[in-house]
Design a binder for this molecule. Structure first.
Ligand code: ADP
Ligand code: F6P
Length: 471
């Protein structure tokens, strides 16, 4: 077994198997924030990525991607159901997102979570060379830092949570809350998207584990675990370059034409997830159509909603409701050849996404709660001519960094409608400085800046950065 000095551990590998039009199996980049953040970062860095390849049964052996070795961790059908769909996505996911859907607690799921975390820890211990840096990602693997420290005390271990970390009154619901906190404390540095999350964590550690904790440091026996906010980002330059490519510009023009050359194109790109506020957005749009504030011929909404976690009941219910509502709105307000909403559930490659971003006069990103939301950042990065308005939920982590967006509370239907109208009617003299400021922010705070700030904190300013290949 070849070993690496940098090991990234994430539930998902950056590629997913899918079926090509000719029926053959092919690999494609998996949609989702974690892969979007880490994939461009690691592409040229010698590292191992430990993760799950998306199916069940024996782990396929995958080729390296660029300089990154893929180390697959197998999930059985039972692991998939009880760990991934169960504890990760029906207990932790809703709980960490303000319990917008009811979290479920089952002892069998917890057992699977422990079992799968142990398997990831063992695979990581095998893949890491002596003294290596291991960077564990996200809520699926909160026990891995603690388990790994027991197996390999020589490693430097970082943990980063891509999703929100909830306030104590929600986290306290978890039957196995102490074990989860202890698992995370196996890391040397725990990174969150926002300072509020680090604060929540410190409060919980003090309350549940009775450890000395501030919003920056936690004493665990003779170790100090550091915590802090490290807002994740995107490869800004890559998205900007893509959006400026002549074929992408031409594709955007073609898309606009195919949409009927409307005055305004509104775009939303989400995983089909109940945290993303898709239903609230559709309701707001429908009411604007009904009141005549928005007219189908002048304005079109393109809603991309790639299916996600499809066997989980709450996701199936959401998809049914969204599709019924899209059908109703199109039936009621559309005309022949002029639907009110263009609804697409396909995964797109990066160039097609960039073309969609280019064509959107307004990007509506209105989650009920989101750790960061990289789609909002991708849109800004793609607006290379400083045009376009971003409608952004106050409850997305990205809102803290992009105050020039039109910020809305997605629970407030009237506010959402007003925000959409303001974005649609924005004066170009107002649009340009807002977009320019957001783009400048993202150029300074891109994915490499994120990795630099995290890795230098993990090493207390030392030499870990040498692990990252220059761009
Ligand atoms: P989450 O992590 O909850 O999925 P983010 O907005 O942070 O939300 O990240 C979503 C990522 O998935 C973005 O990089 C986006 O470009 C990508 N994505 C979303 N929808 C699609 C799609 N239909 N095809 C390809 N990529 C997609
Ligand atoms: O960012 C949250 C997250 O769960 C990521 O860990 C993941 O990449 C993304 O959403 C997509 O979810 P899934 O891996 O369940 O398809």
């Amino acid at each position: 077994m070849r070993q690496s000095s940098l090991v990234v551990v994430a539930n998902r590998l950056p590629i997913d198997d899918s079926v090509a039009p000719d029926g053959a199996c092919e690999w494609r980049r998996s949609p989702g924030g974690l892969v979007s953040a880490l994939h461009p970062l690691l592409r040229h860095t010698p590292a191992t990525w430990v993760g799950w390849a998306g199916g069940t049964g024996p782990a396929p052996s995958l080729p390296d991607i660029g300089s990154v070795r893929m180390r697959t961790v197998p999930l059985s059908g039972e692991d998939f159901r009880d760990h991934y769909e169960g504890f990760a996505n029906s207990t932790l996911w809703p709980l960490y997102h303000d319990a917008v859907e009811q979290p479920e607690y089952h002892r069998r799921w917890w057992e699977a979570y422990q079992r799968v975390n142990q398997r990831f820890a063992e695979a990581t211990a095998e893949a890491a060379e002596q003294g290596a840096v291991v960077w564990v990602q996200d809520y699926h693997l909160q026990l891995v830092p603690g388990l790994l420290r027991e197996l390999r005390p020589d490693l430097r271990i970082g943990f980063f949570l891509h999703v929100p970390f909830p306030p104590p009154e929600l986290f306290m619901q978890l039957p196995r809350r102490a074990e989860l906190l202890r698992g995370m404390l196996g890391a040397d540095l725990i990174g969150f998207q926002r300072a509020q999350a680090a604060h929540n964590f410190a409060q919980l550690v003090a309350k549940v584990l009775e450890l000395p904790a501030t919003d920056r440091r936690i004493g665990v026996g003779d170790r100090v675990v550091r915590i802090g906010a490290f807002p994740v980002s995107i490869d800004t330059a890559e998205m900007a370059a893509l959006a400026a490519r002549p074929d992408v510009v031409a594709r955007a023009q073609r898309l606009r034409h195919d949409l009927g050359d409307p005055d305004h194109v509104i775009l939303s790109v989400d995983r089909m997830d109940y945290t993303k506020g898709i239903e609230q957005r559709l309701k707001a749009y429908s009411e604007l159509l009904a009141s005549g504030h928005v007219k189908v011929r002048d304005t079109v909404l393109v809603q991309v909603a790639v299916p996600s976690r499809e066997r989980v009941t709450q996701y199936q219910i959401l998809r049914d409701r969204v599709e019924r509502e899209v059908g109703r709105i199109n039936g009621e307000f559309g005309r022949v050849g002029e639907p009110a909403i263009h609804y697409l559930t396909q995964p797109f490659d990066r160039a097609e996404l960039a073309a969609l971003y280019r064509v959107a006069d307004v990007m509506a990103v209105t989650p009920l709660r989101d750790g960061m939301n990289l789609v909002a950042k991708e849109y800004v990065a793609a607006r290379v001519d400083d045009t376009g308005s971003l409608l952004l939920s106050e409850f997305a982590g990205s809102a803290a960094e992009l105050p020039q967006a039109h910020l809305v509370n997605p629970h407030d239907l009237e506010g959402l409608k007003q925000g959409l109208l303001s974005a649609l009617e924005a004066d170009p003299a107002d649009v340009t400085p807002r977009m320019r400021a957001m783009r400048e922010h993202l150029h300074r705070n891109d994915i490499r800046a994120w990795a630099r700030s995290y890795l230098s904190a993990l090493d207390d300013g030392g030499s870990l950065l040498t692990h990252l290949a220059p761009t």
